[in-house]
Write a protein that binds this ligand. Structure first.
Ligand code: DQA
Length: 149
């Protein structure tokens, strides 16, 4: 069975109360539950982790090598700043799908740049928590060697 690490970065622990008009009203626990249910239906194992600390996120990406087969990453604001997270994804060589709840390309210009995108197999944004389920679908497709990724 393929295993996926779903990693959420800074401030995503506040989902549900944090700017619900931008990020929706579901809590992170609700989003993670939906991911577990969808992963089960796809025949994937998932582990969900959230941290507000860049170094902790790096440690989880490093530890994923040899443990998990793919990553779903919402790096929050570190998306736009962290060369270190990008380098970690390159280093572990795990297929990574970048997710954002909001459409980062329709927001402030500083959100348009993603360091994660350079190392990811693809980016999903603007579909709220449904994006995480789409990311699991994309990874499963990737694992099975299916087109287009
Ligand atoms: C986010 C978008 C980022 O720009 C922001 O800093 C977040 C959340 C999203 O899921 O839409 O923390 O990654």
């Amino acid at each position: 069975m393929k295993s996926v690490l779903i990693l959420n970065g800074p401030n995503l622990n506040l989902l549900g109360t944090r700017q619900p008009e931008v990020y929706g009203s579901e809590t992170l626990a609700m989003v993670e539950d939906r991911c577990r249910g969808h992963a089960e239906a796809l025949g994937l194992a998932v582990t969900c982790v959230q941290s507000n600390h860049e170094g902790v996120l790096l440690d989880h990406i490093h530890a994923a090598k040899g443990t998990h087969h793919g990553l779903v990453l919402n790096a929050g604001a570190y998306t736009h700043t962290s060369v270190a997270l990008m380098d970690a994804i390159y280093s572990v060589e795990l297929p990574t799908v970048e997710v954002h709840l909001s459409n980062i390309h329709s927001r402030e210009s500083f959100r348009h740049r993603s360091y994660i995108s350079r190392a990811a197999i693809g980016q999903i944004c603007g579909f709220g928590s449904f994006g995480y389920l789409m990311a699991l679908d994309a990874l499963q497709q990737h694992f099975s060697g299916g087109a287009p990724i």
